[in-house]
Design a protein around this ligand. Structure first.
Ligand SMILES: NC(=O)c1ccc[n+]([C@@H]2O[C@H](COP(=O)([O-])OP(=O)(O)OC[C@H]3O[C@@H](n4cnc5c(N)ncnc54)[C@H](OP(=O)(O)O)[C@@H]3O)[C@@H](O)[C@H]2O)c1
Length: 317
């Protein structure tokens, strides 16, 4: 009854592992980078079997399927780097895993998708995630697709990046795109809990379920809460997205760990609110709010951490 979690050293994967271990389940954690795995999963010792695999290399996945009854697939990239493209990792990587799962006789498959993912969209990231889910849905696996809005938690990249940028910019901070883009920030603890519950709930098979937090927040409100969490103040300067594009382009080309990419800026045009929130309506979870003690971890963001991340691309949280 082993559960294989892909992307296990990542933010969501790591939190899913944590819940599975707490339930005493047999867990196989597939990671790409063993050093990062040690940092994120070392504390579990022999409670977690760590294996190395790359979803773009189909053959590297085959040995990890043996004895597995269910897969939680979290691997995806939000920023392309070198040969790691949305097409190769998000789409083809999912195709490889689904094919290997079918060949290996695994039937249950939880796909961590993305709110707004849709293969017909002109936005390459969301399209790749949509195309991947289309492939999962067309298979004969017993699949469930979970589609979270922006996820917050200690190791998140999205909100921590704002916090790090605040640390680097004294006095003023850009109100990106006028701060109007909408999000429904959802806690990683809630996303992991919904994932575990769906594993055990056959009524979720064949369903695509949106996961959102307690409130729909504008980017402006999110920026305000991040700044408050850091116990500081900034003058917010409305900054149109077109004005940020040249700077983002240069960062993408020059930094190993650019905090943002042009294709992620595109996403600000797509409202990231969850119309039918399965977190509450299906899983009966009371969402953890994006405020107060729940975002106090942002205080740990530092300018040094920001520079290390931007220039080396290293995992800093
Ligand atoms: N974070 C959010 O706000 C959010 C919101 C909605 C949906 N999601 C979805 O949630 C899932 C997990 O996201 P996350 O935030 O946990 O991302 P993450 O922290 O970047 O984790 C993704 C993991 O995938 C691994 N990976 C990347 N390329 C790989 C490859 N070729 N083969 C094997 N593993 C590979 C990464 O390993 P390395 O560290 O070695 O690169 C990383 O550990 C994704 O499907 C994402 O679309 C996330």
């Amino acid at each position: 009854m082993t559960i294989l979690v892909t992307g296990a050293a990542g933010f969501v994967g790591n939190n899913v592992i944590d819940k599975l271990v707490a339930q005493g389940r047999s867990v196989r954690a597939m990671v790409r980078n063993l050093e990062k795995a040690q940092m994120r999963l070392g504390e579990y010792g022999d409670k977690v079997e760590i294996v190395q695999g790359d979803v773009t290399q189909r053959d590297s996945l085959l040995p990890h399927i043996q004895g597995v009854t269910a897969i939680v697939h979290t691997v995806a990239i939000s920023m392309e780097k070198g040969g790691q493209t949305y097409e190769k990792v998000n789409y083809q990587g999912t195709v490889n895993l689904v094919d290997v799962a079918i060949d290996g006789g695994v039937s249950r498959f939880i796909n961590i998708s993305q709110n707004g993912a849709d293969s017909s969209l002109p936005y390459r990231f969301l399209a790749s995630k949509g195309k991947a889910q289309d492939y999962v849905a067309a298979s004969n696996l017993k699949w469930t697709a979970l589609r979270p809005s922006a996820i917050f938690g200690t190791q998140d990249e999205f909100f921590n990046t704002f916090a790090r940028l605040v640390r680097l910019t004294p006095l003023i901070f850009p109100l990106i795109g006028g701060g109007k883009a909408e999000f429904q920030p959802v806690s990683v603890l809630d996303v992991a809990e919904a994932t575990i519950r769906s594993l055990d709930d056959d009524s979720t098979i064949g369903k695509t379920l949106g996961l959102g937090g307690l409130e729909v927040l504008t980017l402006g409100e999110i920026e305000k809460r991040v700044i408050q969490a850091l116990n500081t103040r900034r003058i917010m300067i409305p900054t149109p997205v077109w004005l940020l594009r040249p700077a983002v382009f240069i960062m993408e080309k020059t930094l190993r760990g650019s905090p943002v990419s042009s294709s992620l800026l595109d996403l600000l045009a797509v409202p990231n609110r969850v119309e039918d929130n399965a977190l509450v309506n299906i899983f009966g979870i009371e969402p953890i709010p994006f405020r107060g003690e729940h975002i106090a971890y942002l205080k740990n963001a530092s300018a040094g951490q920001a520079l290390k991340k931007f220039f080396t691309g290293a995992t800093v949280n």
